[in-house]
Design a protein around this ligand. Structure first.
Ligand code: JB2
Length: 196
């Protein structure tokens, strides 16, 4: 039987999350919470059940939650919502698209979204609550910190380290063995050959 899950955030990224959660087939989405969308409004067949104030009460019926707000400039909203939901006892699963290719020798943290077409190679470690977005390539021996977003079609070559809370813009290419410090924001199409 599928486990029940609630999504936090009901914008564009939530649509991607819904698609991947349904493709994976392990969780039944019981609804979304959003601080600005009207209660009762819908994304596809899924209702906005209310705002974050209802999370505490929903916990008695639903064990799992997932961050469905995206992360472009800052990780702060995602982290705040994660801490709030965990304080109510929610658990955050990793959600992995069946169209991704993930090495069995890699490790992926809780709360991560691994989107369609992603490739994660051997001995790579991804921290908690990351978004590895559509068609990103993460090569062997890479370390990605917590609360990172590696955006669409980025290429992270072997042995790269990406610090916590970082954003790697769409289509970026990171040379092998470089280090990216915590809280880095790389604009789309960045080509990075040295440590930053
Ligand atoms: O504190 C909050 C809160 N603040 C904003 N709690 C809850 N539960 N929801 C919150 N929100 C809601 O997040 C907003 O009311 C809005 O409905 C949603 C953000 O939607 P938006 O479409 O603006 O962005 P997104 O974060 O879903 O997607 C961004 O990031 C993705 C990775 C976009 O830039 C996408 O294009 C991108 N693919």
């Amino acid at each position: 039987m599928k486990k029940k899950i609630i999504l936090i955030g009901a914008g564009g990224h939530a649509k991607s999350c819904i698609d991947i959660i349904n493709a994976e087939g392990k969780y039944e989405i019981i609804g979304l919470v959003d601080n600005k969308k009207k209660k009762g409004s819908k994304i596809f067949n899924y209702k906005v059940l209310g705002n974050d104030k209802i999370l505490k009460n929903i916990r008695s019926e639903v064990q799992f939650a997932f961050l469905a707000v995206g992360q472009i400039k800052t990780h702060e909203l995602r982290k705040k919502l994660y801490l709030k939901a965990t304080s109510f006892g929610f658990r955050f699963p990793k959600i992995i698209s069946p169209s991704s290719i993930i090495s069995p020798f890699s490790k992926i943290g809780k709360g991560c979204l691994i989107a369609h077409g992603v490739k994660i190679n051997s001995d790579t470690k991804i921290g908690i609550n990351c978004i590895i977005n559509t068609n990103a390539i993460i090569e062997h021996d890479v370390v990605v910190g917590d609360f990172c977003h590696v955006s669409t079609s980025s290429t992270v070559n072997g042995n790269v380290e990406i610090g916590n809370n970082s954003f790697i813009g769409s289509g970026s290419i990171l040379k092998n063995s470089i280090k990216i410090k915590n809280n880095t924001i790389l604009q789309m199409g960045s080509i990075v050959k040295k440590n930053i």
